[in-house]
Design a protein around this ligand. Structure first.
Ligand code: PRP
Ligand code: URA
Ligand code: MG
Length: 222
């Protein structure tokens, strides 16, 4: 996990060969929906494991069958709310929750309109009460213009103030990170990699394409 020099609290996993191997499979245009979804689940699991290294722990006395000793509890793992941003975060959340198994889960829908406005439509919002001891983890694989996550954070903050707000994603563009940090400076971000830039349609380059479509197939209008 490396903190990017450009922003405070923004980390990538470019130092982790295994996470990079999973990302490589996701980027590859030949990867179909089944391995694509499996890759997102794997990333969720490993990134959650890495995230626990930044959490508060507690030492507790325990007894083995032979003697008394001291054990460890990741205290913050008990107080997690995962916000799943439909659609593409569904497999990522499935991985996160394998490690963060006590998590309460909120679901929000967010659909990004076309360039140049990239308006975000948020129709479905089900978020639990957020408590002061909570770590709110917002799962969304792609941080492009940042518009989706700014809107999700604005909304989620109405449900109570958390101890930490953490975004877990796969790829981020520098433009999106800067915009989110401007709107919500305290937010931390953990992404597999930070890519070069956005194209005119708001897609991340080199990126992996449309994460929702690659995981679930392209929707049609009827
Ligand atoms: O940072 P932004 O520019 O806002 O773009 C990022 C958003 O775009 C994708 O969702 P999309 O709107 O394609 O919905 P989908 O998951 O249903 O495909 C992605 O999952 C993010 O939520
Ligand atoms: O590159 C991008 C940008 C937004 N949403 C995606 O799914 N991919
Ligand atoms: Mg999409």
């Amino acid at each position: 996990m490396i903190e990017d020099k450009r922003w405070k609290g923004v980390y990538s996993f470019e130092d982790s060969p295994f996470i990079m191997e999973i990302l490589t499979e996701l980027r590859d245009e030949r990867t179909g929906p089944i391995p694509f979804r499996k890759g997102l689940v794997k990333l969720g699991r490993y990134m959650a494991y890495e995230l626990t290294k930044t959490m508060e722990v507690e030492r507790i006395p325990i007894k083995t069958p032979l003697e008394e000793t001291v054990g460890t509890i990741v205290r913050d793992r008990r107080n997690v709310v995962i916000i799943t941003v439909l659609r593409a975060a569904i497999p990522l959340m499935e991985g996160l929750i394998k490690v963060l198994d006590h998590a309460r889960v909120g679901i929000v829908s967010a659909s990004r309109g076309k360039a140049p406005k990239f308006e975000i439509e948020m129709k479905y919002v089900k978020v639990p009460q957020v408590k002061p001891e909570d770590t709110v983890i917002i799962a969304d694989p792609m941080i492009a213009t940042g518009s989706t996550l700014i809107k999700v954070l604005d909304e989620v903050k109405r449900y109570g103030k958390a101890k930490r707000y953490v975004i877990v994603g796969v790829l981020a563009a520098p433009e999106g990170i800067s915009r989110i940090k401007e709107a919500h400076p305290e937010v931390e971000m953990f992404v597999a990699a930070i890519d070069r830039e956005l194209n005119d349609h708001g897609y991340i380059l080199p990126g992996l394409g449309d994460a929702g479509d690659r995981a679930f197939g392209a929707p049609i209008k009827v």
